[in-house]
Ligand binder design. Sequence first.
Ligand code: HEM
Length: 503
Amino acid sequence: MAPHVGNILPTTWSGLISGSAALILLIGVAAAAWRVIYSLCFHPLKHFPGPWYTACTSLPLGIAGLSRSEPAWLCSLVEKYGKNGTPIRIAPDLLLFHKARQLRDIYWDAACNTKGGIYQHEAIGPTSLFTTTGADDHRKLRKALGGAFWSVGTLKKTWEGRIDELVVNWVANRRRDEEIGKPVVLSNKTSEFAADVMTMVLFTTPWGFVRNDRDERGMLHAWRAGTGLFGLAVRWRFLREVVLGSRLMRDYLLPKLTDEWGNGWLMAQGMREISNRHGRLSKEKEGTDTQRLANMTLFIQAGADTTGTGLGATLRLILKHPDVLAKVCEEIAAADTKGVLSNPVVQYDEAKQHLPYLSACIRESLRLHSPIPNLFSRLVPPGDGKTIDGFHIPAGTEMLSHAVVVQQLDTDAFGPDAAEFRPARWLEGGEARAARMEACMYTFGMGPRGCLGKELALMELHKLVPEVLRRFGVEVLEEGQYCACGGIAYLQPGLLVRLTSRG
Ligand code: HEM
């Protein structure tokens, strides 16, 4: 008897479906197998050491960033594979350089000023100074946004007095905490201070982090919460190019201008500032409002929690080491007795001149606990490739370094105790040794794309750190922890203290 048509169709369809699924699976397995074989046996970087799986996919790097284990993981790879300074293959096209002597050849060579694909995450926001990959475009934009404005001279003349006002108000807030016996997460409060400095420098009037003594609109909280996705997208090509490349996913995952808090609110408020006021970025002649907004967002994100973390981490390291704390307090008291520190707020130049040990603590903290231990890659230009430290690097390779790896492991550059917090290293051997170590520092990046706000960050550090220790005795309730998620560091849990005004 001929089978009923209704019975035949499902059988045919299910056969077709399982046949197609098997075919797709087979193609998938073959593609994965080919990828492994190509990556390990034919890829131009096949000779560089590293785990086999990082040679085949960038996912492990993404997972390390997301799981907050990246600095420790990269250090372990260097210990295992990095003999004689050999660069390590940490993703299919990515080499990690871990000796300070190698950095100049990567970051100061104009021919390598093109940023690698790792930066090309337009999917998670319009292009800014930071994500502009081409060297020429970058140079022009940096000129338009930078120049004298961020130099130490202009900062001292135009902004130091305004920063002092914020310090005074911040100290008054801490006195109020003391009056009501409230412990305070000092590292969060330092980030709020730095966020207000940033919004003030960009828009003349600070956005109220210090005035209201809170994380305005949860901006800092949202920034930290977003570092995981941001870091994963930067590291894992599939997420960056395929998932976030789709409009639907972008709309779902990324902040919106209608948000009442966090990064969405930051962008909306930035948009209002740009169109209504004559702040710093509205004077910029080049670019559309969208580009101005992208740069404004960049400046706040690059300069707020980063500097806040620098401040919190420095205070934490000083407080963790009683001998160091005693020396810093002695130095401040001696300078005060001599009358060489201004009141109510120490000036940047005074701190550098009269508080050398405190200044060394700041350098040492930035060395060990970089606020942005991120992956900033540069591309080897087309042609014959490039030789660095005796290693030939093929054209098209992405090269990068890592602040924690270089600054904690390179004993040639920082001494046999490089991994230890020992501020005195910056004062031994005079200016020449300090300058040599400074040249090996990667905390603020290097070369034409180095940090635009370095002097502003250092000014904040040389003002707020001494003022905290000058005005208060500090009892540490919980020392907190330095952690890095997606290449961005903060203290989590934070540094919890109780403050007592000094007599
Ligand atoms: C302790 C605090 C800070 C640290 C550790 C830090 C670190 C860095 C690093 C490592 C880079 C280089 C990235 C690369 O090679 O692509 C960078 C770039 C940048 N930083 Fe900072 N930064 C800090 C504070 C600031 C501040 C206060 C500002 C505010 C103006 C700022 C604005 C920028 C900008 C605009 C760039 C991009 C420069 C370019 O691509 O030309 N940063 N920063």
